[in-house]
Write a protein that binds this ligand. Sequence first.
Ligand code: HEM
Length: 490
Amino acid sequence: MLVEVVLTAVLAVLLWAAFFRRPEGLPPGRWGLPVFGYIPLTRKSMEEQILDLHKKHGDIVIWRMGNQLMVFISDYQLGKEALARADFANRPDWEMFKFLEDFPLGVGASNGAHWHANRRFTLRQLRDLGMGKSKLVAGIQEQATKLVERLKQQANQAAPVPHALKVAVVNVIWNMVAGKMFEMEDKRLAEFDKLLQDLNAATFALGVRDFFPGLKYLPKFLQNLLFSMDLVEGFKEKFLAFFDEVVNEHRASLDPNNPGDLVDAYLLEMKEGSESPDVIRSEKDLGLLVLDLFFAGSETTTNTLTFMVQYLAMHPDIQKTMQEEIDQVLPKGTLATLEDKARLPYTEAVLHEILRLSSLLPVGAQHSAVTDTQLGGYFIPKGTTISTSAVFMHSDPRYWEKPEALKPERWLDENGKFTTKKEGFMPFGSGKRVCLGESLARMELLIFATAMLQSLSFAPPPGATLDVTADPAIPMFHTPRKQDVFITLR
Ligand code: HEM
C-alpha cells in the first residue's frame, strides 16, 4: 500500500513538473491555475486588464489562459524587435484565424512556406494593379465621388455614416481582386457585412474554445450556442459559394497573356502547379486569400474613416483648418492625387492622429513563437502567443505629450511640414507580417477624406455629443460606435 501511495505521489509530481510547472525565466504577469490558467473575476474588459498588467509589471507581461501562454508587449522598441524576428512570424493555431480549416490557408492565418508564397504573390499582384502608384488613383477617386454623392443625400438629417462608405472601400479592393464593383445598395454585400459584424462580436467567445481545446469535444449544438461556431461556418460557406461564381466567370474568360486581376493571376499560377510541396495552390486557398483581403481591406479603412468623421464632428476647429487647407490645394471639383500629399501636411497630420487614437487593433494581430527563444531578457517558449499592445504604445507618454488629445500639430515641424514621426506609432503593425495593404490604405484615406471634407461638414446632431471611444460590444477590434452624425453641404 505504502509503495502505491509513494508511486502515485511521484507520478503526480512528475506530471505536475511536465505539464503545469511555470517554466523558469518567463516575463512577470498572470500564470494562474493548472488547466485553467488565470481566469479573471472582474467586469473590466480584456483591454483594460492588459493595460493594468503593463502598469503593474512593465513593458512585457504574460497572461496564461487555458493552455495558451500569451505575452503582451507595450514598449514600442521591444514590440518592433519581436515583429521583425522570424522566430515570431507565425500566427497562432487558432480557429478564429483559420476559419476552421485544419491547414491554415490564405495569407492572414497561414505560416511557413505557404504564407511566404501567398504574401509574395499578393504583394506583387497588388503592386502590379497599382497599389501605392498613380495607376490606381482614378479608381479610388471614382468611388470617392460616388460616396460624396450618397452622403449629400443625407444632408441636414441626423443619421449614422451610411453603409455606402463600406461599399466604396470594398469596391477599391474588389476591383483589384476580381475586376468587379458592387452597387452602392448591393444586398449581398450588406448581408456579408452583417455576418462580418456578428463574427467580430463573437471573436472573444471563439477564443475561449481555442484556449480550452477540450471544449472542441462538446456536442455541436453546444459549441454553436457557446462559441458561435455556426456563425463562422455559415459565413465561410456563404462567402466561398459566392466566390465560386466569381471563379467560374474568371475561368471562362481567362486570357493567359493578359491576366486582368488577382484571381486571373492565381488561376494561371494554379495551372503551372506549385513551386514547392509545402505551398498549396487550390480554389479554396484562393477563396480564403481573397476573404482575407476582403476582410482586412474593408473593415479597417472604413472604420478609420468613420472614426475620422466622428472625431472631426467633435473638433470643429480642426475640421475647419483641414477644410481650409484642402480648399487651397484642391479647388472645388479637383480630387487629390498622390502628388498632392506633400501639399496637404495638416490633412496628413489629422489622418495620422486618427490612426493613433483609434488604434483599430488594440493588441495587434497575434503572432506565435516558432521555437523556444528569448525576448527582452525573458524566456519565451515555443507556441507562446505574442501581442503588441498598440493602444498602449499610442498613448505612451514616453512618445506622446498629452496622448489623449487630438493634436495634429504634433506631426508638423516649425515650418508646418509633415514629419513622419515613427517612434511609438504602429497602426499597421511592423516587421515580417506588417500590413500588406498599408500603401493602399494610405491612398484611400487621403483621397476619400479630402473628397468628403471638400464638399461636406460633419457635426453632432443638434443638442447631442458624440462618443468617440470604441464600441465595447466588439472587444478585440476598436470599432466606432453606431451613432448619428449631422452632415451639412459646403
Ligand atoms: C487603415 C487601414 C488598415 C489598418 C490600420 C491595418 C492594420 C493592420 C495590422 C495591424 C495588421 C497586422 C500586422 C501583424 O500581424 O503584425 C494587418 C495585417 C494585414 N493587412 Fe492591414 N490594415 C489596414 C488596411 C489594409 C488593407 C486596405 C488591406 C488590403 C490589401 C490589408 C491587408 C492586410 C493583410 C492581408 C494582413 C495580413 C498580413 C500577413 O499576415 O502577412 N490591410 N493590417
